[in-house]
Design a protein around this ligand. Structure first.
Ligand code: HEM
Length: 292
């Protein structure tokens, strides 16, 4: 019998909340120790994190097999839990399994560079786009609504790109030949992006992957993930212009599951803010040093 996971955290810490939610969603037993109330636990956290009061600090397993993680991403948690012998139940783990089959999808892995945006700058950017806790809640709802409509959404978006030669151009070799395998590989990651936009916590891993997506549109990294010889760069002006179709077209899908018009609008607003936020982050490689 595996011991419960121990979360050393605080009641107001968002990352602690994320780990709690993850473990609950996967049916992994855990206990929580509030380091504001337990001095010994606080000392343990300070010791493990070389003097930093980092929360959550998570202890998985016991004895020699014990794994200690600080502020882990969902993927790190999943990996360590499996390594320690825990079984992750329900749909989230199915999603993560599916994730590993998406070629070139490197979310939460060391292959993703660190975002140049600090967490303070990120918080300020969220405020600039009026992104709130309420939006996070409505994005989760949108995730539920969209999860079985992803292919239909992609059909629409790909139809839109496909019907505009100046857009499909970026999926060609520049000589008029569309690269079918490239389109198909990107489509899978695009589908995952819809789910990530709705379901992922907007933490460091998320921030880092936004930077990665920006790089993948920019000549710095475009084509590398799929090893193709396509047009080398997507211009920034199109990333910005695309915010409109990517947002406007989602509304009918959000309305398909019988939610009230108010709820549909809240989901829609949350989606809109998130897409603007993301494109703002993706623009980093396009700006001169110091200008972003
Ligand atoms: C709001 C606007 C846009 C969104 C939300 C978006 C979303 C995405 C996503 C999620 C990916 C896959 C990222 C990954 O590898 O995990 C991707 C890749 C790509 N997108 Fe976009 N995109 C946008 C605008 C555009 C535009 C305007 C074009 C050009 C017509 C474009 C062309 C591409 C290409 C060519 C790739 C593959 C890049 C590579 O070589 O890795 N995207 N996009």
């Amino acid at each position: 019998m595996l011991p419960p996971v121990i979360i050393y955290g605080t009641t107001y810490c968002e990352d602690t909340e994320q780990v709690r939610r993850f473990l609950q969603a996967h049916g992994v037993p855990f206990i929580e120790v509030d380091i504001d109330r337990d001095q010994q636990a606080e000392s343990f956290v300070l010791f493990i994190n070389r003097g930093y009061r980092s929360t959550p600090t998570v202890v998985i397993g016991e004895g020699k097999a014990k794994i200690v993680l600080t502020e882990p991403s969902d993927q790190e948690l999943a990996q360590s839990l499996r390594q320690a012998g825990y079984t992750l139940s329900n749909t989230l783990s199915d999603k993560e399994d599916a994730m590993s089959e998406i070629s070139g999808y490197t979310y939460g892995t060391p292959a993703v560079a660190r975002s140049p945006i600090s967490s303070e700058e990120f918080e300020d950017l969220k405020k600039a786009v009026l992104f709130s806790k309420e939006d996070e809640r409505y994005l989760r709802q949108a995730g539920e609504v969209l999860k079985d409509q992803v292919e239909e959404v992609l059909d629409l978006w790909y139809g839109f790109v496909g019907s505009h030669p100046h857009l499909v151009y970026y999926f060609t070799d520049g000589q008029g030949n569309a690269l079918g395998d490239y389109l198909a590989a990107v489509r899978k990651r695009f589908g995952q992006w819809i789910l990530d936009t709705c379901n992922r916590p907007y933490d460091q891993s998320w921030l880092d992957y936004q930077h990665e997506i920006g790089l993948r549109h920019h000549r710095t990294k475009k084509n590398q993930t799929d090893g193709v010889n396509a047009v080398e760069h997507v211009p920034l002006r199109y990333l910005i212009a695309f915010i409109y179709p990517i947002t406007a077209t989602i509304k009918p899908f959000l309305a398909k599951k019988g939610h009230s018009p108010e709820d549909v609008d809240k989901m829609y607003q949350a989606w809109f803010k998130s897409v603007v936020l993301q494109v703002a982050l993706w623009s980093a490689p396009y700006a001169n040093a110091g200008d972003h």
